[in-house]
Write a protein that binds this ligand. Structure first.
Ligand code: 5RP
Length: 199
């Protein structure tokens, strides 16, 4: 049986004035998908970009790269349709940002995107669990959302049996992103295999 892991570089630490070419560079270096960090200055104390930028990026990089939108925003409901129209593939919202996750999941599906559900370090897996069978991806954050390049919170490890890894500064800041992506993929796939054999 083949064990595989997907690696999604976060473009947060890239030169945002060259976002299109940075996305292309990451795909050429072997990224499986792109993790695009959307911050609104309310849910997190930082600002990045919104759907107009995603629309431009999609035109610039073509249909292939899978865009996972990590929506670190208050009221994530308001951006579902604009993000779908702009060319997003997956809409990952924060459980802490909505009072009605079920309805939001339904809206995301109806707009044609996959559903991701993210939790901040202070939110338990038990809080996410009721939604697990309705989503495509659970994003367990290992830093407080808002900034790239923070120290990895090792105490989050018991929450995660991950097969998709988001990594920003370690990949983007490397002289050899291709090797970092390949190493991450190998290490995670081996850990998945070991875990399954240990069971
Ligand atoms: O969601 C994020 C910050 O809120 C980033 O995408 C995530 O932290 C990855 O960046 P890095 O590997 O540099 O920490």
């Amino acid at each position: 049986m083949a064990y595989s892991a997907k690696i999604g570089p976060s473009i947060l630490s890239s030169d945002l004035s060259c976002l299109g070419s940075e996305c292309v560079r990451m795909m050429e270096c072997g990224a499986d998908y792109l993790h695009l960090d959307v911050m609104d200055g309310h849910f997190v104390p930082n600002l990045t970009f919104g759907h107009p930028m995603v629309e431009c990026l999609r035109k610039s990089v073509g249909q292939d790269p899978f865009f996972d939108m990590h929506m670190m925003v208050s009221r994530p409901e308001q951006w579902v349709k604009p993000m779908a129209a702009a060319g997003a593939n997956q809409y990952t919202f924060h459980l802490e940002a909505t009072t009605n996750p079920g309805n939001l999941i339904k809206e995301i599906r109806e707009s044609g995107m996959k559903v991701g559900l993210a939790i901040k370090p202070g939110t338990t897996v038990e809080e996410l669990a009721p939604w697990a069978n309705q989503i495509d991806m659970a994003l367990v954050m290992t830093v407080e959302p808002g900034f790239g390049g923070q120290k990895f919170m090792e105490d989050m490890m018991p929450k995660a049996g991950a097969n998709m890894i988001v990594s920003g500064s370690a990949v983007i800041g490397s002289d050899d992103p291709r090797s970092v992506i390949a190493l991450l993929r190998t290490v995670v796939a081996e850990a998945i295999q070991k875990r399954s054999l240990d069971r």
